[in-house]
Design a protein around this ligand. Structure first.
Ligand SMILES: [Zn+2]
Length: 156
């Protein structure tokens, strides 16, 4: 747990999420990173790991939510905010809702796999019982470039 509130340095949660996304790219993962923060304290930082862990559910958001729950010893992340470099998919949107995340901040929107502004628009469904406040499009060009470079470099 990194306590910026006491350390004095201003946390940059989205910057940390971008660092985690770059770390994921180095492992050959789709570059997505996520950070959970509460009251100025970073509770969890995670990058995508499905290939590394042989686990299709090992998206950055899921791993960050699990780690934050472990850090707080709670199955809910009441009052916590999630920062992600890419619009969450349907699975992660579900986890965000179940975790009772307060605010969701994300960078690039994802017309192909996103489920917040695109596709199922999970938080707008009547069967969604907790929706976070959503702030999208932050540092969008940086996030889009990260993904574009990753997929370009993977082409033979
Ligand atoms: Zn996901």
């Amino acid at each position: 747990m990194r306590d910026f509130a006491r350390g004095g340095a201003r946390p940059d949660p989205l910057g940390l999420a971008f660092d985690a996304a770059r770390g994921a790219a180095v492992r050959g993962e789709v570059p997505v990173g996520a950070v959970v923060m509460r009251d100025g304290v970073v509770l969890a930082v995670a990058g995508n790991r499905p290939r590394t862990d042989r686990d299709p559910t090992a998206h950055a958001e899921i791993l960050a939510i699990r780690a934050a729950c472990a850090a707080l010893d709670d199955e809910r992340l009441t009052g916590c905010d999630l920062y992600v470099t890419l619009e969450p998919c349907a699975m992660c949107a579900g986890a965000i809702s179940f975790a009772r995340i307060r605010r969701l901040y994300f960078a690039a929107s994802d017309p192909k796999g996103g489920a917040v502004e695109n596709g199922p628009r999970f938080f707008n469904q009547p069967t969604c019982h907790h929706a976070p406040e959503v702030y999208g499009g932050l540092r969008e060009s940086e996030a889009a470039a990260l993904l574009r470079d990753f997929f370009r470099d993977r082409r033979p």
